[in-house]
Design a binder for this molecule. Sequence first.
Ligand code: SF4
Ligand code: ZN
Length: 380
Amino acid sequence: MRLQVRKGAYINRIMMSGNISLYQTCKCFTKHLPTVRMPVLCSSCSEKRAVLKRPKTGLSLCKACFFWAFEEEVHQTIVAAKLFKPGETVGIAASGGKDSTVLAHVMKLLNERYSYGLELMLISVDEGITGYRDDSLETVKRNQQQYELPLKIVSYEELYGWTMDAIVKQVGLKNNCTFCGVFRRQALDRGAIMLKVDKICTGHNADDVAETVLMNVLRGDIARLRRCTAISTASEGDGVVPRCKPLKYAYEKEIVLYAYFKKLDYFSTECIYSPNAYRGYARTFLKDLESIRPSSIMDIIHSGENLSVREGVKMPVQGTCNRCGYISSQALCKSCVLLEGLNRGLPKLGIGKHHRLHEKILSQQPLTESEERKLKSVDF
Ligand code: SF4
Ligand code: ZN
């Protein structure tokens, strides 16, 4: 018999989406049971009882066969894209959420199972979000003990002198994720350099990549659209550590199921500042598409991978920031501009295109009254 079981926030959400099933014995036969079926056998081993229907393939699998299939697919992704070389030190970007917890678990497991010869470490970024990141970092600290991996935490407060709590007070909830995303990228690199790692791997999954493709199409951001489907990026300059995404082809739903059945210790609360994130709209749209056609996620990724940019299209030229030395296509990197805006009480400085002001900022010339007026106002 089949029963849709609700357990935990994520499981609850994926169950509600309607195209996933967990198979369990039910103790009652009341009307809430939509269908009554005979136990389904695992379509891989044909011995054990299936406990789930894979969102990716539609196959009904038992726990052990699902674990094996999931882990093997990540291994194949790593091998096919030659993500690592023996002897490398790899920093796993760990937030305490489901993706990075599954990534840390699977990386440790595959490193041992297939003798990758990697030295693994955890790197976490503390954005300074009370009631969210402080709690999730506790999960990372437990993961550090469970997986016996070294951990480095870098904080926005220590790197930039600002916490996200303080930034939101100044900029409101409309553009906060712009600040957070730009600062996080640089903070991870700084943490990786402190740990002397050769590579950073992040928990971006197939849904994240598909969302990013959609967002870049909607924004018309050709440069990012060309880069965003890459499974690994080479170092783009000093201070930038190469990155890769071993979970690039793993569906979010399967990551949730993997974490759930493995009983991994992860943090599942959403960021308290997230409701207005632009990404949220792309995510909702993607989930709607997925509910009609589960392959939409992979289709969008493949579309992004196969897009070619017409010759002659102008691309930003990468240089370095004149202030901090981080990669930048402008005189100042985005992080330095955002920081300058915060420190001067002009939060709009880094939002939108104010490149012509970079030289003024660098040479510490005062801005005109009308320039300051435009950069001060923020819609909360
Ligand atoms: Fe930062 Fe926005 Fe993510 Fe919250 S939702 S952690 S503010 S990027
Ligand atoms: Zn800079």
